[in-house]
Design a protein around this ligand. Structure first.
Ligand code: PGA
Length: 267
C-alpha cells in the first residue's frame, strides 16, 4: 500500500454551549495572542455557539485559525423555525461544521438520516464537515461498537458525494463514554476504531479518494498529556477537544503538544 500522505493535524475546539457571547470573543482573542508567535504545522478551528460566531470571527482576524459551527441545517432557506442555514454560516465566515455530535443525537433526537442530509448540505456549500460517530458504553460492553460506528458512517455517507477538489471530510471518533468524563479511550481502542473507520470508508469510496479527501479525529477527554497517543502517520489526523479547549491556556498546551509530537513523528 502506498505511504499515506502527511497531513497537517487539525485541532478543533468544541465550545458547546459553555461560554457567553462576549466571553467567547475574549477567549478567541486570548488564543490568538498566545499563538501569535507559533510557527507550527497545525490548523486550529474554533467552534463557538452560533450567536458567538460573528464576534469570534472578528477576534480571529489576522490569525490562521478558522471558524467552525456546531451544527447546520440541510436546506438553504425556508420555513424552518430555529434552524441555521449553510448559506448563513458561509456568510458569517464559517469554514467547518461539526455534524451529528452525540449530544445532538442523544438529547435532540438527531437520526442517522438527518446527519446524512446535513453532511450533503455542508459539502454542497463548501463547509468542511466534521462528522461525529461513536458508541455508548453499553454498545461497547456488548461488543457492538464496530457495528454501530460502521452503521453511523455508512448511513451518513451513503448518498454523499466524496468531497470535491481539495475538499475534506473529517470523521471524528468520539466514544460517548469518553466525552467529558475524564476517561479517554485507550490508544488501542482508539486505533482499532481508526482502522475500522478507514476500512468502512474504503468500502464506500475508492482507496485513492479516501487518501485524498478523508481524515480522522479522535475526541473524548483529550488533554495535552494523552493527545499524542492518538495522532500519528498511521493513526488519527487530529483531535476534537471539548473541556480542554475552554481555557486558552490549556488549549494552547494541547496544540503545542500536538505540534511537538507531529514534528518528531515526521522528521
Ligand atoms: P471533551 O468533549 O473533550 O470534554 O470530552 C469532546 C466533545 O464532546 O467534542
Amino acid at each position: 500500500m502506498p505511504r499515506r500522505p502527511v497531513s497537517t493535524p487539525l485541532i478543533v475546539a468544541n465550545w458547546k454551549m459553555q461560554l457567553g457571547v462576549a466571553e467567547s470573543a475574549e477567549r478567541a482573542l486570548d488564543l490568538k495572542t498566545r499563538l501569535s508567535g507559533a510557527k507550527g504545522r497545525f490548523q486550529v478551528v474554533v467552534c463557538p455557539s452560533f450567536l458567538s460566531m460573528a464576534g469570534v470571527k472578528k477576534a480571529l482576524r489576522g490569525s490562521t485559525m478558522k471558524l467552525g459551527a456546531q451544527d447546520v441545517f440541510w436546506d438553504e432557506r425556508g420555513a424552518y423555525t430555529g434552524e441555521v442555514s449553510p448559506v448563513n454560516l458561509r456568510e458569517i465566515g464559517a469554514e467547518y461544521v461539526i455534524i451529528g455530535h452525540s449530544e445532538r443525537r442523544q438529547l435532540l433526537g438527531e437520526t442517522d438520516s438527518m446527519v446524512g442530509r446535513k453532511v450533503i448540505s455542508a459539502l454542497g456549500h463548501g463547509l468542511t464537515p466534521i462528522l461525529c460517530v461513536g458508541e455508548t458504553a453499553h454498545e461497547r460492553n456488548e461488543g457492538r461498537h464496530e457495528l454501530v460506528v460502521a452503521r453511523q458512517i455508512i448511513s451518513a455517507l451513503k448518498t454523499a458525494p466524496p468531497p470535491m477538489g481539495n475538499g475534506r471530510l473529517y470523521i471524528a471518533y468520539e466514544p460517548i463514554w469518553a466525552i467529558g468524563t475524564g476517561e479517554p479511550a485507550s490508544p488501542e481502542q482508539a486505533l482499532a476504531m481508526h482502522d475500522l473507520i478507514r476500512q468502512t470508508l474504503i468500502e464506500l469510496y475508492s482507496l485513492a479518494q479516501v487518501e485524498r479527501s478523508f481524515r480522522t479525529l479522535y475526541g473524548g477527554s483529550v488533554t495535552a498529556d494523552n493527545v499524542n497517543q492518538y495522532i500519528g502517520p498511521k493513526a488519527y489526523h487530529g483531535a476534537l477537544v471539548g473541556t480542554a479547549s475552554l481555557q486558552p491556556e490549556s488549549f494552547v498546551t494541547v496544540i503545542k503538544h500536538i505540534d511537538q509530537g507531529f514534528t518528531t513523528k515526521h522528521l
